[in-house]
Design a protein around this ligand. Structure first.
Ligand code: UGA
Length: 449
């Protein structure tokens, strides 16, 4: 089976490499010549654990290649996956489908009869039917099928998610689409991964409803964390106990600085916009969006609070800029909202991230970049952990305390426990957990003044 991935971004690249690893003949196409040149040289344009090796193995085996020439690649493909971006449209939050439609037109011009065009990009309900019309108009008489195959990969564990998914969702309008995708995912079927075969519309809705639900779950626990802080509760204990209820489940109940990334913010906006467009407002999701926005602002205040009434000239060390660990992705990362607010308040910011420095540098140009966490915390009045990278979990906190000028650690990911800080002299502020020694915060401003 010959497969083509149109769009070699995150989803297209990971899916293309994994399909090649299943044994299919795969061509990953992109309009970006420099990206294709880098891929041909074995260099990855993104950071994803394990992807470089899997890519090299499959190129070596002759099953995977890269090209900018969509026409040639798609001409003899059995299935063409469209995995191009669907960014938020400015103003209304709706997903911009321009790239999807343009890719469909280009494929239509060259596709062989019987080709299945699979939409993998995250697209609003009704898009696959539109793609079907576009292809039929562009190439009247062509015998083809359209299918929807949304992806549920998480950055940082994308290969594992592809190889061992909770489910594969396939939306189809005919048997040919179904059997092509069943064939493509046969190796997973043999591993007992559930396969949901449904309509095009349901598949499109499943993708948005999944991400919106997860974003809502994170937002829910974040609000519970706020309440825990005011009434003296501990969100981790609450989350653990509610998660033991099988109907709720324990995952995605980690309170933090708010969700970010290339998917949740964009997809919740697009889902809410779809509801508005069809006169069926998704009020819960609209609230999730605004609560999450508000949260990022409040997290900046939480970091500034120990600096007292005048943060001017005080130093904050920010550990973690990527929206989550194991990725260099900073798209809509909470750090991009939080750091500018710290700077606006007059603070000096030194930042460290194990992977995201290059991506973040142009977006945060008033920040000093440190080579490691200890370098960042030197002379800091406050240290703030924004991303739960493994290397921040085992910091030598006594050394951190010694290097700092002040003594407050603001842990927005709850990776430490109060007892870890004993004998370090550090004051610990986390999310949704009791604060030890709150009144001593004033001592910090006295010390740093
Ligand atoms: C998300 C979904 O998890 C994937 O299933 C989906 O395929 C992907 O979007 C997509 O649509 O392409 P991803 O954006 O990689 O994946 O990141 P997640 O691991 O889901 O985290 C999203 C955000 O929620 C991050 O900012 C993370 O820090 C935050 N989060 C997550 C929490 O604050 N608490 C949690 O308990 C879980």
């Amino acid at each position: 089976m010959k497969l083509v991935m149109v769009g070699s971004g995150y989803v297209g690249l990971v899916s293309g490499v994994c399909f090649a690893d299943f044994g299919f003949d795969v061509t990953c196409v992109d309009v970006d010549e420099s990206k294709i040149a880098r891929l041909e040289a074995g260099e990855l344009p993104i950071y994803e654990p394990g992807l470089d090796q899997l890519l090299a193995e499959n190129v070596q085996a002759g099953r995977l290649r890269f090209s900018t020439d969509l026409a040639t690649a798609a001409a003899d493909a059995d299935a063409v996956f469209i995995a191009v971006g669907t960014p938020s449209r400015r103003g209304d939050g709706e997903a911009d489908l321009t790239y999807v439609f343009e890719a469909a037109r280009q494929v239509a011009r060259v596709a062989k009869p019987g080709t299945v065009v699979v939409i993998k990009s995250t697209v609003v309900v009704g898009t696959c039917r539109k793609v079907k019309e576009i292809i039929a108009t562009e190439r009247p008489g062509l015998d083809f099928s359209v299918a929807s195959n949304p992806e549920f990969l998480r950055e940082g564990s994308a290969i594992e998610d592809f190889m061992r998914p909770d489910r594969v969702v396939i939306g189809v309008h005919d048997k040919r689409g179904e059997s092509a995708l069943r064939r493509a995912y046969r190796p997973l079927y043999l591993r007992d991964s559930p396969m949901v075969v449904t309509t095009l519309e349901n598949a499109e809705l499943i993708k948005y409803a999944s991400n919106a639900f997860l974003a809502m779950k994170v937002t829910f626990i974040n609000e519970v964390a706020d309440l825990c802080e005011t009434v003296g509760g501990n969100v981790q204990e609450v989350a653990k106990a509610i998660g033991l209820d099988g109907r709720i489940g324990s995952k995605f109940l980690h309170a933090g600085p708010g969700f970010g990334g290339s998917c949740f913010p964009k997809d919740t906006r697009a889902f809410a916009a779809t509801g508005q467009k069809h006169n069926t407002p998704l009020r819960l999701i609209e609230t999730v969006i605004s609560v999450n926005e508000d949260r990022k602002r409040r997290m900046a205040e939480k970091i500034l609070e120990p600096l007292g009434s005048n943060p001017e000239g005080k130093k904050v060390a920010v550990l973690g800029i990527a929206f989550k660990p194991n990725t260099d992705d900073v798209r809509e990362a909470p750090s991009l909202d939080i750091v500018p607010r710290l700077l606006e308040a007059g603070a000096i910011v030194a930042a460290h991230d194990p992977e995201a420095r290059e991506q973040a540098r142009p977006l945060l140009n008033e920040v000093t970049w440190a080579d490691d966490a200890y370098d960042a915390v030197k002379d800091a009045d406050v240290v703030a952990i924004l991303t739960e990278w493994n290397e921040y979990r085992g910091l030598d906190l006594k050394r951190v305390a010694k290097l700092m000028r002040g003594n407050t650690l603001v842990d927005l990911r709850n990776i430490y426990k109060q007892e870890d800080l004993e004998e370090t002299g550090l004051l610990y502020i986390s999310v949704g957990r009791p604060r030890a020694g709150t009144p001593r915060l004033h001592a910090v401003s006295a010390k740093t003044a």
